[in-house]
Design a protein around this ligand. Structure first.
Ligand SMILES: Nc1ncnc2c1ncn2[C@@H]1O[C@H](COP(=O)(O)OP(=O)(O)OP(=O)(O)O)[C@@H](O)[C@H]1O
Ligand SMILES: [Mg+2]
Length: 253
């Protein structure tokens, strides 16, 4: 009798992908099942708080303080589920010809008030003749936003955030460098694991989602960090062969 045929590496890979997809679907379904009762709990607790607000007795004040704790925890679970669902279904990007520098400017416009409040100086070096890239702009913005919020959280006493772009032999690169707490090697090795966080109240999904988004654009994300000195994230994106360059229009002679 012939021995059973060994599965080919492709078959093994396909089996792993199928298993992963099944687990991801189950987890996504579970998250949805939790979301609805959780929002009912949140809503009812809010109504309870409204009822008690009219009552000035010490018992009512104490009950309200406890309700505030339940509300806070409900909100935390809701945020966690939303992050998880975003992670489980990073959609296939709808790519359009885009200018990476423009996306950085859009990000900074949004982030600047928060930066000012947190005493963070934002400095940009944007290479002017950068080749165009294909981006799903909304999804890509959310990945960038994750990175700048992490940088802000790593600089609680303020600091500097440098964002630069450049053409590279393989495409275009975006660097985000902060002068924050930095990370030791052990932390750095885990930051892209789902649910890994060093923050109380963090979901640990920000970076895994950001990296998944970058990879869905055919790009890569790298990190370099030194404790007490700061952190550099680099996103490298491929440049499609025939996209026009985003040069400023040539002056008319
Ligand atoms: N710029 C940074 N400087 C220092 N540590 C960082 C930086 N960015 C990420 N980290 C570390 O990586 C961990 C994971 O980051 P990630 O964004 O995935 O989750 P989080 O920020 O902890 O939670 P959430 O994104 O839900 O707020 C963080 O908890 C932190 O320890
Ligand atoms: Mg984060």
């Amino acid at each position: 009798m012939n021995p059973p045929a060994q599965p080919t590496p492709d078959e093994v890979n396909q089996k792993l992908v199928d298993q992963y997809t099944e687990i991801a679907q189950l987890a996504g379904g579970l998250a949805h099942e939790i979301k609805n009762p959780l929002s009912t709990i949140g809503l009812n607790v809010e109504l309870l708080a409204e009822d008690l607000n009219a009552d000035d007795s010490p018992q009512a004040r104490r009950a309200l303080a406890k309700i505030a704790v339940v509300q806070r925890e409900c909100q935390r679970l809701q945020d966690l589920l939303n992050d998880f669902l975003a992670f489980a279904r990073v959609r296939k990007p709808r790519l359009e010809s885009s200018d990476l520098n423009e996306e950085v400017r859009r990000l900074i416009d949004f982030f600047r008030p928060k930066a000012r409040e947190s005493k963070i100086e934002v400095v940009t070096y944007l290479q002017s003749d950068l080749p165009g890239v294909l981006l799903d702009r909304e999804t890509f913005q959310s990945a960038l936003l994750n990175l700048v919020i992490n940088a802000q959280q790593a600089m609680p006493g303020g600091g500097q955030l440098v964002i630069s772009t450049e053409a590279t032999p393989r495409g275009v690169a975006l660097h985000l460098i902060d002068t924050g707490s930095g990370m030791d090697l052990r932390t750095r090795e885990k930051i892209f694991d789902a649910f890994y966080t060093t923050k109380s109240g963090g979901s640990g999904l920000g970076l895994p989602i950001a990296r998944k988004i970058v990879e869905s654009h055919g790009g890569q994300m790298r990190v370099d960090s030194e404790p007490q000195r700061g952190t550099q994230f680099t996103i490298e994106l491929p440049v499609p062969p025939r996209l026009p360059r985003h040069d400023p229009p040539a002056p008319v002679a």
